[in-house]
Write a protein that binds this ligand. Structure first.
Ligand SMILES: Nc1ncnc2c1ncn2[C@@H]1O[C@H](COP(=O)(O)OP(=O)(O)OP(=O)(O)O)[C@@H](O)[C@H]1O
Ligand SMILES: CC(=O)N[C@H]1[C@@H]2OC[C@@H](O2)[C@@H](O)[C@@H]1O[C@H](C)C(=O)O
Length: 367
């Protein structure tokens, strides 16, 4: 049965809530609907940054000390507003949507402690928007000993079905953190987080230039990357360990650039993201021939160039050039995952998150 599913994603970049509608049976996508975006205000973003730092020592996933209850209310309200605006703009009624996939905001990800925490009150959201809401997508995977991330690979696979590209294909998502899905025509999907995405660069741009991000990568293009710094950073054990593996947004926050010119710092962090993505090549069964880049990082032309320089003769394309709605892919993915969860289909596999067996997930909250 086809479902109309609305996906909601608030990613590790803390930039806002992405909204996207798809029609799917959880295996294929029949149609892409419209998408939308509700940015966080600067005050909301600061609150979320503080929530992430206060969440660093959370003992369990339902603990909400300090500022977290306030942050959770803000996340829930922002999502309710995002859905209300989306429904109104597209002249829809709540009953036109079968299911909402609500990722929430990750504030802590520690799979080695069987802990991953996404804030956002799904029952309150369901009541506010009058649509059933599926949430807690990562919990069952982590409880079963998996990484709980990345979860978009099943969606990347569905998108790649219609592609005419020489394999193996890698779909790269460059959000706050970067992750890849490796598709080589066999049944086995391989996936992992690869390292930083935009988060280190965004934090650096904010600190040094008071800008939220490096638009189109123009600032990094003015600088020179410190290759020796990057080579040292890539010696961290994370980069050599094979997939599956995942990261917390702040896992690399302790890496310090030292005293550098801002443009050189931006160039170094941009090249670090590209080099960390390319580092995964030697951990994959075969060398990818085609790289498809999505997420906000696909708009960073310097990052794309630096990735191209590191993947040999393989092609590197922004997902947008294939007609994929790059910014909406993660939100679409959570609509797709909600449909899969409703049908009891797997969200993750041993080679995507390290779960012992294919695993479904998601918890439903009804209005
Ligand atoms: N025009 C642009 N030029 C350069 N970078 C951009 C541009 N637009 C967005 N970005 C980068 O993309 C980021 C947002 O990416 P995205 O929305 O994919 O992240 P996310 O979904 O929050 O993260 P994650 O995938 O880790 O959950 C911004 O913080 C910024 O760094
Ligand atoms: C714990 C968590 O929220 N992880 C995010 C984060 O952002 C990118 C990367 O790290 C990925 O593993 C994941 O998000 C995407 C949507 C995923 O699960 O596929």
């Amino acid at each position: 049965m086809m479902l109309t599913a609305l996906g909601l994603m608030s990613g590790t970049s803390l930039d806002g809530v992405d909204v996207a509608l798809i029609e799917t049976d959880g295996r294929q996508v029949r149609a892409f609907g419209p998408s939308g975006y509700r940015p966080y205000s600067p005050a909301e973003r600061n609150l979320l940054r503080q929530a992430l730092s206060e969440a660093a020592n959370l003992p369990q996933r339902d603990a909400r000390p300090g500022i977290l209850p306030q942050a959770e209310r803000v996340v829930t309200r922002a999502h309710a507003e995002a859905v209300a605006a989306f429904v109104a703009q597209n002249r829809m009624r709540p009953e036109d949507i079968d299911i909402v996939g609500f990722h929430g905001q990750t504030v802590l990800h520690r799979p080695e402690r069987r802990l991953t925490v996404q804030i956002g009150d799904a029952p309150a959201l369901a009541k506010a928007i009058h649509i059933p809401v599926m949430h807690d997508f990562r919990a069952a995977d982590v409880e079963a000993g998996g990484q709980g991330a990345p979860l978009v690979p099943v969606y990347h696979r569905a998108l790649a079905q219609s592609l005419d590209r020489e394999g193996p294909i890698v779909v790269v998502n460059i959000g706050g953190v970067s992750n890849i899905t490796y598709i080589d025509g066999n049944d086995t999907l391989i996936a992992c987080d690869t390292g930083p995405g935009n988060a280190l660069l965004d934090d650096f741009m904010y600190r040094t230039m008071n800008q939220a991000f490096d638009a189109e990568g123009k600032f990094a293009a003015l600088g020179t990357a410190d290759e020796a710094w990057i080579a040292r950073a890539l010696e961290l054990p994370f980069f050599a360990s094979p997939p599956p593996k995942s990261l917390d947004r702040n896992d690399f926050a302790a890496l310090k650039l030292g005293d550098v010119l801002p443009a050189d710092g931006a160039a170094t962090l941009t090249a670090f993201t590209a080099a960390a993505i390319a580092r995964v090549i030697s951990l994959l069964p075969r060398r990818p021939q085609s790289w498809i880049v999505c997420g906000g990082g696909a708009r960073n032309l310097t990052m794309l160039r630096m990735l191209r320089e590191r993947v040999g003769t393989a092609t590197v394309e922004a997902a947008e050039t294939l007609g994929w709605a790059s910014d909406a892919i993660e939100a679409q993915a959570f609509g797709f995952l909600a449909a899969r969860g409703l049908k009891g289909l797997p969200l993750s596999y041993p080679a995507t998150t390290g779960v012992p067996m294919p695993m479904t997930g998601g918890v439903i909250a009804r209005p």
